[in-house]
Ligand binder design. Structure first.
Ligand code: NDP
Length: 336
């Protein structure tokens, strides 16, 4: 069984040395267990946090342990009455080719309803994050302006499309001309700005002539700084992710205290800012699956997957994700 272990905790941006690829025996299922063959492994930004020691909303991966991940798998052997070999399931099996699971920790997927890989993306955790964060916290109204960065990615792509379904204007921020063209022409956002442009902040202001009513925060850093002066009274800010600072905090620049100035904006503009981890909304997942599946069927919710082949390539693909080199929901394909 090929596995990718956490070899050492990264200092800043992870490097290939932080991972170790090993071979282990394929495990034997006990009573009530399943042996799974992983088909798709999901690579997500949160995994950077799990590589660090210290307190967070989830326990870190131990050094020497298999890296964690959501997976889509095929049941090879079943010693559980609810599953037969050949069933396709969503599991949380980590960066490896084979894994054991009990029946309670997996969810059966129907490949006739949607391609199984979508259970890790648009119809999975990232899609649900977008849906719950935007609708529960952002609460966009018709005619309002919703801004989201990492707009071609797993979460951001869904945020902007749902904003449009709800009658709001969607403004995306993405890195590079190819991603921007996709966000505008395929996903149908009303406007898109390249955050690498030297005049990014001015372009964002021009794209939001009526200001910003909902800023769905995925990145932090320079994007967030450009957003602050454009926020309207009573703007809502679901804080979903801060990928620009997962490899370390930027050094403060000399000058007036930005935090103090931002608190002034919160007060004067009656801003609402609320962080969230998607699992707090877990009870709403059935409603999400139903609504999102309908939008995919009627063509209003589109998605793009970025599929890398082979477990050996998972560490490099993950490092690329933190650099913005993925284009769409990043998956590693391990078997057909
Ligand atoms: P994506 O598929 O969007 O991939 C990450 C993207 O982030 C990159 O492609 C890149 O896009 C962008 N990015 C990376 N570094 C920077 C940077 N320094 N500045 C600006 N953009 C950058 O990932 P996901 O959709 O899976 O995740 C998006 C965000 O949502 C992350 O912050 C993640 O942690 C968060 N998240 C939060 C959850 C929660 O429960 N709160 C659950 C799931 C995700 P580009 O080239 O366009 O800049």
């Amino acid at each position: 069984n090929q596995q990718v272990l956490l070899a050492a905790r990264p200092q800043g941006m992870p490097t290939p040395d932080n991972f170790r690829i090993v071979q282990a025996p394929v495990p034997e299922p006990g009573d009530g267990q399943l042996l799974l063959e992983i088909l798709f492994l999901s690579l997500d930004p949160y995994m950077r946090g799990r590589m660090d020691a210290g307190k967070s909303y989830a326990k870190p991966v131990e050094v020497g342990a298999v890296m964690e991940a959501g997976t889509v798998a095929r049941v090879l052997l079943s010693r559980h009455p609810g599953f037969v070999p050949g069933d396709i399931v969503l599991s949380y099996s980590g960066w490896q080719r084979y894994a054991l699971a009990d029946g309670a920790s997996v969810r059966k997927l129907d490949p006739a309803l949607a391609p199984p890989s979508t259970a890790l993306g648009v119809l999975g955790m990232p899609g649900f994050t977008a849906w719950a964060g935007l609708l529960q916290i952002g609460q966009p109204k018709p005619g309002e302006t919703v801004v989201v960065a990492a707009a071609s990615g797993a979460v951001g792509s869904v945020v902007g499309q749902i904003a449009r379904i709800k009658g709001a204007r969607a403004v995306g921020i993405a890195g590079g001309p190819e991603k921007c063209a996709f966000v505008r022409d395929v996903l149908g956002f009303d406007a898109v700005i390249d955050h690498r442009a030297p005049d990014f902040a001015q372009q964002l202001a021009q794209a939001c002539p009526g200001g910003i009513d909902v800023y769905f925060e995925n990145v932090g850093g320079k994007v967030w700084e450009a957003v602050i002066p454009l926020l309207n009274d009573f703007a809502r800010i679901p804080v979903c992710g801060l990928i620009a600072q997962y490899n370390g905090l930027p050094q403060a620049e000399p000058g007036p205290d930005k935090l103090a100035r931002f608190m002034g904006e919160v007060l004067k503009k009656s801003l609402s800012m609320r962080g969230f981890i998607q699992r707090e909304f877990a009870a709403m997942q059935p409603a999400f699956y139903q609504e999102a599946a309908g939008w995919i069927t009627d063509g209003r919710l589109r998605y793009r997957e970025d599929i890398v082949a082979g477990l050996d390539h998972a560490p490099a693909a993950f490092i690329d994700l933190l650099r913005g080199r993925n284009f769409g929901k990043l998956l590693v394909k391990l078997a057909d």
